[in-house]
Ligand binder design. Structure first.
Ligand SMILES: Cc1cc2nc3c(=O)[nH]c(=O)nc-3n(C[C@H](O)[C@H](O)[C@H](O)COP(=O)(O)O)c2cc1C
Length: 318
């Protein structure tokens, strides 16, 4: 390799590394400013603290054998946190209800009556719809019929997406939907990957997560997990409603992220997870071949000593 080629390669790497470090610093700054890490007194952060603490109590009641007297310090913490939030907010009622359940438990009520009882038969009956068919028939759609989006269908899909799990049930995910062409265009202008199809979608959704619900350094990546789970449910729910969707990456540098937020009023403290193009399915259309990795590349089993074994070698021991 000539010195010139070597030098230009090293320079390119140095430029990429500098860009990565700068983007990382801006991400850290964004998390520090938007999350509850430093802004632990902001109303949204206080609400999230109530939800998290209430969930700690409710989770304790749903354990196989809740310890008698468990959670007294957590209940005291919840009482203090409840005093800091607006009583007209639904989180206040939720916090009070969790506190009351915990009190009943402390006074001897069985935990079984204080959580949400389920029966295996009923759950299996509900869960055993043809999920495989739903999953297999969902594909990224890049051809739309141009029909207007049904707000009822969208509402139903968001209602389901809301039920996605989230860390300590703080439910930070939000979805912003643009239907009008100029607004859709304003969002898409910042996205690289929609060209040639998303302008024909009936709506463009923006999945975000309000980072003010997180308050520790360890949670700095939680928005991507909670937001990803929310987005997946949303996409399946839209598919179930008969709508076509295509996830659109939000793999951008901080300056593009800021520009998007400025253009549509998304607050700086909301982490943008992805966009989703949504539209009606044409009677006939094609989707891209998207082969997946074989199961044996994806699936790893840890044996008794914690070593990785080949899943095809046999069924794991029960
Ligand atoms: C987070 C995420 C970002 C994506 N971004 C884009 C995109 O910008 N443009 C696009 O055409 N497809 C995008 N896709 C769609 C993927 O290409 C597609 O999901 C993958 O090829 C699998 O195909 P399938 O969805 O039809 O099963 C994205 C998917 C995900 C999950």
């Amino acid at each position: 390799m000539s010195t010139h080629v070597w030098l230009s390669r090293q320079l390119r790497r140095a430029r990429r590394l500098t860009a990565l470090v700068l983007a990382g610093l801006q991400d850290i700054w964004g998390y520090a400013r938007g999350s509850g890490l430093l802004n632990d007194d902001a109303p949204a952060a206080r609400l999230a603290q109530v939800l998290k603490t209430a969930h700690r109590l409710d989770k304790g009641l749903a354990l196989p054998e809740p310890r008698a007297g468990f959670g007294a310090p957590v209940a005291r913490l919840l009482q203090l946190q409840l005093a800091t939030i607006d009583r007209s907010h639904w989180a206040w009622q939720q916090g009070c209800a969790a506190l009351e359940r915990h009190q009943h438990f402390s006074f001897g009520s069985p935990a079984l009556e204080l959580s949400e009882p389920q029966t295996r038969a009923a759950v299996l009956k509900e869960a055993r719809g043809d999920f495989g068919a739903v999953v297999r028939s969902r594909r990224s759609v890049r051809q739309f019929d141009g029909s207007p989006l049904s707000m009822t269908a969208l509402w139903r899909a968001v209602e389901l997406a809301r039920l996605s799990p989230s860390a300590c049930n703080r439910s930070g995910a939000r979805v912003w939907v643009a239907v009008d062409a100029p607004v859709r265009e304003r969002l898409l202008r910042h996205q690289d990957g929609h060209q040639g199809f998303a302008d024909r979608a009936s709506a463009v959704a923006l999945v975000t997560v309000d980072t003010s619900v997180f308050h520790t350094v360890g949670e700095r990546h939680q928005a991507w997990v909670d937001g990803g789970l929310f987005a997946m449910t949303l996409v399946y729910a839209l598919h179930f409603e008969g709508l076509g969707t295509c996830c659109l990456n939000w793999s951008v540098e901080p300056k593009v992220d800021r520009a998007l937020k400025r253009s549509c009023g998304v607050p700086p403290g909301e982490a943008v997870v992805m966009m989703v193009a949504i539209g009606g399915l044409p009677a006939h259309y094609t989707v891209a071949h998207s082969p997946r990795r074989p199961v044996h590349e994806v699936f790893r089993i840890l044996d008794k000593s914690g070593d990785c074994v080949d899943p095809e070698a046999g069924e794991p021991e029960a």
